[in-house]
Design a protein around this ligand. Structure first.
Ligand SMILES: Nc1ncnc2c1ncn2[C@@H]1O[C@H](COP(=O)(O)OP(=O)(O)OP(=O)(O)O)[C@@H](O)[C@H]1O
Ligand SMILES: [Mg+2]
Length: 260
Protein backbone atom coordinates (compact mmCIF):
# COMPACT_ATOMS: atom_id res chain seq x y z
CA UNK A 1 0.00 0.00 0.00
CA UNK A 2 1.48 3.40 -0.96
CA UNK A 3 2.27 5.84 1.84
CA UNK A 4 -0.68 8.21 2.39
CA UNK A 5 0.01 11.93 2.42
CA UNK A 6 -1.00 14.36 5.15
CA UNK A 7 -0.71 17.50 2.97
CA UNK A 8 -3.67 19.14 1.23
CA UNK A 9 -3.67 21.39 -1.80
CA UNK A 10 -6.85 23.24 -2.76
CA UNK A 11 -6.70 24.76 -6.24
CA UNK A 12 -9.33 27.15 -7.57
CA UNK A 13 -12.22 25.34 -5.90
CA UNK A 14 -15.66 26.92 -6.27
CA UNK A 15 -19.23 26.02 -5.47
CA UNK A 16 -22.53 27.91 -5.85
CA UNK A 17 -26.01 27.27 -4.54
CA UNK A 18 -28.35 29.06 -6.91
CA UNK A 19 -27.14 32.64 -6.69
CA UNK A 20 -25.07 32.09 -3.53
CA UNK A 21 -21.36 31.66 -4.21
CA UNK A 22 -20.61 29.59 -1.12
CA UNK A 23 -16.95 29.01 -2.11
CA UNK A 24 -15.27 31.24 -4.67
CA UNK A 25 -12.03 30.25 -6.40
CA UNK A 26 -10.37 29.09 -3.20
CA UNK A 27 -6.70 28.17 -3.39
CA UNK A 28 -4.44 27.35 -0.49
CA UNK A 29 -2.17 24.62 0.82
CA UNK A 30 -2.32 22.92 4.17
CA UNK A 31 1.18 21.83 5.11
CA UNK A 32 1.40 18.26 6.34
CA UNK A 33 1.80 17.99 10.11
CA UNK A 34 0.23 21.35 10.94
CA UNK A 35 -2.84 22.15 13.02
CA UNK A 36 -4.36 24.70 10.66
CA UNK A 37 -7.20 26.92 11.85
CA UNK A 38 -10.03 27.94 9.52
CA UNK A 39 -11.96 30.94 10.79
CA UNK A 40 -14.41 33.44 9.31
CA UNK A 41 -17.86 34.91 9.91
CA UNK A 42 -21.06 32.86 9.60
CA UNK A 43 -21.73 31.86 6.00
CA UNK A 44 -18.09 32.34 4.92
CA UNK A 45 -18.03 28.93 3.23
CA UNK A 46 -15.94 27.03 5.79
CA UNK A 47 -18.22 24.00 6.18
CA UNK A 48 -18.91 23.88 2.44
CA UNK A 49 -15.17 23.70 1.81
CA UNK A 50 -14.80 20.87 4.36
CA UNK A 51 -17.70 19.02 2.74
CA UNK A 52 -16.01 19.35 -0.64
CA UNK A 53 -12.69 18.13 0.82
CA UNK A 54 -14.36 15.12 2.41
CA UNK A 55 -16.10 14.22 -0.87
CA UNK A 56 -19.59 14.91 0.48
CA UNK A 57 -20.32 17.77 -1.89
CA UNK A 58 -19.09 18.02 -5.47
CA UNK A 59 -17.42 21.32 -6.31
CA UNK A 60 -18.48 23.15 -9.47
CA UNK A 61 -14.80 23.36 -10.41
CA UNK A 62 -11.23 23.27 -9.19
CA UNK A 63 -8.99 20.54 -7.88
CA UNK A 64 -8.00 18.91 -4.63
CA UNK A 65 -4.77 17.05 -4.04
CA UNK A 66 -3.52 15.03 -1.11
CA UNK A 67 0.25 15.21 -1.45
CA UNK A 68 0.73 15.04 -5.21
CA UNK A 69 -2.30 12.83 -5.87
CA UNK A 70 -5.42 14.32 -7.42
CA UNK A 71 -8.47 13.32 -5.36
CA UNK A 72 -11.00 15.71 -6.95
CA UNK A 73 -14.49 14.21 -6.87
CA UNK A 74 -13.51 11.20 -4.75
CA UNK A 75 -16.42 9.74 -2.74
CA UNK A 76 -16.32 10.04 1.07
CA UNK A 77 -15.33 6.40 1.58
CA UNK A 78 -12.47 6.89 -0.90
CA UNK A 79 -11.28 9.95 1.01
CA UNK A 80 -11.46 7.92 4.23
CA UNK A 81 -9.27 5.29 2.54
CA UNK A 82 -6.87 8.11 1.71
CA UNK A 83 -6.66 8.76 5.45
CA UNK A 84 -8.99 11.77 5.66
CA UNK A 85 -11.53 11.78 8.51
CA UNK A 86 -13.85 14.56 9.61
CA UNK A 87 -16.41 15.59 12.18
CA UNK A 88 -19.61 17.42 11.23
CA UNK A 89 -20.84 20.79 12.47
CA UNK A 90 -24.09 18.97 13.30
CA UNK A 91 -23.11 15.49 14.46
CA UNK A 92 -23.84 12.50 12.19
CA UNK A 93 -24.23 9.60 14.58
CA UNK A 94 -26.07 6.31 13.92
CA UNK A 95 -29.05 7.17 16.16
CA UNK A 96 -30.43 3.63 16.54
CA UNK A 97 -27.09 2.06 17.42
CA UNK A 98 -25.59 2.26 20.87
CA UNK A 99 -22.73 4.59 21.69
CA UNK A 100 -20.35 1.62 21.81
CA UNK A 101 -21.60 0.24 18.47
CA UNK A 102 -21.15 3.66 16.87
CA UNK A 103 -17.46 3.51 17.70
CA UNK A 104 -17.05 -0.11 16.63
CA UNK A 105 -18.24 0.70 13.12
CA UNK A 106 -15.78 3.59 12.79
CA UNK A 107 -13.48 3.28 9.78
CA UNK A 108 -10.40 1.33 10.72
CA UNK A 109 -7.86 -1.09 9.44
CA UNK A 110 -9.28 -4.53 10.06
CA UNK A 111 -9.48 -7.97 8.57
CA UNK A 112 -11.14 -7.83 5.14
CA UNK A 113 -14.83 -8.69 4.85
CA UNK A 114 -13.93 -11.56 2.53
CA UNK A 115 -12.48 -13.33 5.52
CA UNK A 116 -15.97 -13.67 6.95
CA UNK A 117 -16.52 -16.53 4.53
CA UNK A 118 -13.34 -18.15 5.71
CA UNK A 119 -14.22 -20.13 8.82
CA UNK A 120 -10.64 -20.99 9.51
CA UNK A 121 -10.10 -17.35 10.39
CA UNK A 122 -13.21 -17.11 12.55
CA UNK A 123 -11.39 -17.13 15.86
CA UNK A 124 -9.00 -14.50 14.53
CA UNK A 125 -11.97 -12.28 13.66
CA UNK A 126 -13.44 -12.73 17.12
CA UNK A 127 -10.10 -11.80 18.60
CA UNK A 128 -10.07 -8.64 16.44
CA UNK A 129 -13.63 -7.82 17.52
CA UNK A 130 -12.63 -8.09 21.15
CA UNK A 131 -9.63 -5.86 20.55
CA UNK A 132 -11.82 -3.19 18.91
CA UNK A 133 -14.38 -3.40 21.69
CA UNK A 134 -11.63 -2.83 24.25
CA UNK A 135 -10.29 0.07 22.21
CA UNK A 136 -13.80 1.57 21.94
CA UNK A 137 -14.29 1.34 25.70
CA UNK A 138 -10.93 2.98 26.27
CA UNK A 139 -11.91 5.83 23.90
CA UNK A 140 -15.26 6.23 25.70
CA UNK A 141 -13.45 6.46 29.04
CA UNK A 142 -11.11 9.11 27.65
CA UNK A 143 -14.10 11.14 26.47
CA UNK A 144 -16.02 10.52 29.72
CA UNK A 145 -18.80 8.78 27.80
CA UNK A 146 -18.27 5.27 29.20
CA UNK A 147 -21.33 5.57 31.43
CA UNK A 148 -23.42 5.91 28.27
CA UNK A 149 -21.93 3.05 26.24
CA UNK A 150 -25.24 1.12 26.08
CA UNK A 151 -27.36 4.20 25.33
CA UNK A 152 -28.77 4.74 21.83
CA UNK A 153 -26.64 7.44 20.22
CA UNK A 154 -29.78 9.29 19.11
CA UNK A 155 -30.56 10.00 22.78
CA UNK A 156 -27.28 11.86 23.45
CA UNK A 157 -27.08 15.63 23.86
CA UNK A 158 -25.55 17.74 21.08
CA UNK A 159 -22.23 18.00 22.93
CA UNK A 160 -22.12 14.26 23.66
CA UNK A 161 -22.73 13.51 19.96
CA UNK A 162 -19.78 15.76 19.12
CA UNK A 163 -17.63 13.79 21.55
CA UNK A 164 -18.75 10.57 19.90
CA UNK A 165 -17.68 11.97 16.54
CA UNK A 166 -14.28 12.76 17.97
CA UNK A 167 -14.22 9.22 19.35
CA UNK A 168 -14.52 7.88 15.80
CA UNK A 169 -11.38 9.82 14.94
CA UNK A 170 -9.56 8.23 17.90
CA UNK A 171 -10.68 4.77 16.69
CA UNK A 172 -9.22 5.26 13.22
CA UNK A 173 -5.71 5.88 12.00
CA UNK A 174 -6.20 9.11 10.09
CA UNK A 175 -3.53 11.14 8.34
CA UNK A 176 -5.76 14.22 8.01
CA UNK A 177 -8.60 15.26 10.32
CA UNK A 178 -11.13 18.01 9.62
CA UNK A 179 -12.90 19.27 12.75
CA UNK A 180 -15.98 21.45 12.19
CA UNK A 181 -16.73 23.40 15.39
CA UNK A 182 -15.87 20.52 17.68
CA UNK A 183 -16.11 22.68 20.82
CA UNK A 184 -19.80 23.60 20.48
CA UNK A 185 -21.70 22.10 23.42
CA UNK A 186 -18.60 20.63 25.09
CA UNK A 187 -17.54 21.82 28.57
CA UNK A 188 -14.34 23.92 28.69
CA UNK A 189 -12.65 21.32 30.91
CA UNK A 190 -13.32 18.44 28.54
CA UNK A 191 -12.39 20.64 25.60
CA UNK A 192 -8.95 21.13 27.14
CA UNK A 193 -8.58 17.36 27.25
CA UNK A 194 -9.59 17.13 23.58
CA UNK A 195 -7.06 19.83 22.71
CA UNK A 196 -4.42 17.69 24.43
CA UNK A 197 -5.49 14.66 22.38
CA UNK A 198 -5.35 16.65 19.14
CA UNK A 199 -1.84 17.87 19.99
CA UNK A 200 -0.73 14.34 20.88
CA UNK A 201 -2.03 12.83 17.61
CA UNK A 202 -0.41 15.69 15.73
CA UNK A 203 2.99 15.27 17.40
CA UNK A 204 3.22 11.53 17.76
CA UNK A 205 1.43 10.35 14.59
CA UNK A 206 2.09 13.39 12.38
CA UNK A 207 -1.65 13.83 11.81
CA UNK A 208 -2.63 17.06 10.04
CA UNK A 209 -5.63 18.86 11.54
CA UNK A 210 -7.85 21.51 9.94
CA UNK A 211 -9.96 23.12 12.61
CA UNK A 212 -13.02 25.29 11.98
CA UNK A 213 -13.71 27.10 15.22
CA UNK A 214 -15.53 30.22 16.40
CA UNK A 215 -13.86 30.10 19.83
CA UNK A 216 -10.79 32.29 19.39
CA UNK A 217 -9.16 31.08 22.62
CA UNK A 218 -9.06 27.57 21.16
CA UNK A 219 -7.76 28.85 17.82
CA UNK A 220 -5.03 30.81 19.61
CA UNK A 221 -3.99 27.87 21.75
CA UNK A 222 -4.10 25.20 19.05
CA UNK A 223 -3.63 26.51 15.53
CA UNK A 224 -0.79 27.69 13.35
CA UNK A 225 -1.26 28.87 10.67
CA UNK A 226 -4.76 30.32 10.52
CA UNK A 227 -6.73 30.80 7.32
CA UNK A 228 -9.42 33.46 7.35
CA UNK A 229 -12.33 32.93 4.95
CA UNK A 230 -14.81 35.64 4.06
CA UNK A 231 -17.57 35.46 1.44
CA UNK A 232 -16.29 32.15 0.11
CA UNK A 233 -12.74 33.39 -0.37
CA UNK A 234 -9.49 33.14 1.53
CA UNK A 235 -8.80 36.60 2.86
CA UNK A 236 -5.50 35.98 4.61
CA UNK A 237 -3.29 33.22 6.04
CA UNK A 238 -0.94 33.84 8.94
CA UNK A 239 -0.21 33.33 12.62
CA UNK A 240 -2.90 34.18 15.19
CA UNK A 241 -1.06 37.39 16.08
CA UNK A 242 -0.89 38.38 12.42
CA UNK A 243 -4.50 37.72 11.48
CA UNK A 244 -6.15 39.34 14.50
CA UNK A 245 -4.56 42.70 13.79
CA UNK A 246 -5.26 42.55 10.04
CA UNK A 247 -7.69 45.43 9.23
CA UNK A 248 -9.48 43.35 6.55
CA UNK A 249 -10.12 40.60 9.07
CA UNK A 250 -11.41 43.05 11.69
CA UNK A 251 -13.68 44.60 9.08
CA UNK A 252 -15.00 41.20 8.01
CA UNK A 253 -15.90 40.30 11.60
CA UNK A 254 -17.13 43.65 12.84
CA UNK A 255 -18.29 45.25 9.61
CA UNK A 256 -16.16 48.35 10.35
CA UNK A 257 -12.61 49.42 9.64
CA UNK A 258 -10.48 49.15 12.78
CA UNK A 259 -9.56 52.82 12.75
CA UNK A 260 -13.08 54.13 12.30
N1 LIG B 1 -27.10 23.13 0.94
C1 LIG B 1 -27.12 24.45 0.76
N2 LIG B 1 -28.08 25.05 0.01
C2 LIG B 1 -28.09 26.39 -0.19
N3 LIG B 1 -27.19 27.23 0.33
C3 LIG B 1 -26.21 26.69 1.09
C4 LIG B 1 -26.12 25.29 1.35
N4 LIG B 1 -25.05 25.07 2.13
C5 LIG B 1 -24.49 26.26 2.36
N5 LIG B 1 -25.19 27.25 1.75
C6 LIG B 1 -24.85 28.68 1.76
O1 LIG B 1 -23.48 28.81 1.44
C7 LIG B 1 -22.86 29.81 2.24
C8 LIG B 1 -21.70 29.19 3.00
O2 LIG B 1 -22.21 28.32 3.99
P1 LIG B 1 -21.30 27.47 4.99
O3 LIG B 1 -22.21 26.61 5.78
O4 LIG B 1 -20.23 26.80 4.22
O5 LIG B 1 -20.67 28.62 5.88
P2 LIG B 1 -19.80 28.50 7.23
O6 LIG B 1 -18.60 29.36 7.02
O7 LIG B 1 -19.58 27.09 7.59
O8 LIG B 1 -20.76 29.23 8.28
P3 LIG B 1 -20.98 28.93 9.87
O9 LIG B 1 -19.82 29.56 10.57
O10 LIG B 1 -22.25 29.62 10.17
O11 LIG B 1 -21.05 27.46 10.06
C9 LIG B 1 -23.95 30.40 3.12
O12 LIG B 1 -24.45 31.54 2.50
C10 LIG B 1 -25.00 29.29 3.16
O13 LIG B 1 -26.27 29.82 3.37
MG1 LIG C 1 -20.10 25.96 9.20
Amino acid sequence: MPELSNAISIQNVYKSYGGVEAVQRCSFNVTGGTITGVIGPNGAGKSTLFNILAGLIKADGGDILLGNKYVTGFAPYKMAEMGLMRTFQVAHEYPRMTVLENLKVAPRKQLGLSLFSNWVKWSKIQEEEKKWEEKAIEVLQTLELDGLKGELAGNLSGGQKKLLEFGRILMGEPKIVLLDEISAGISPLLMQKIIGLIQKLNKENDVTFCVIEHNMEIIKQLCNPIIVMVNGEVLVKGTFEEVIVNPDVIEAYLGIRAWE
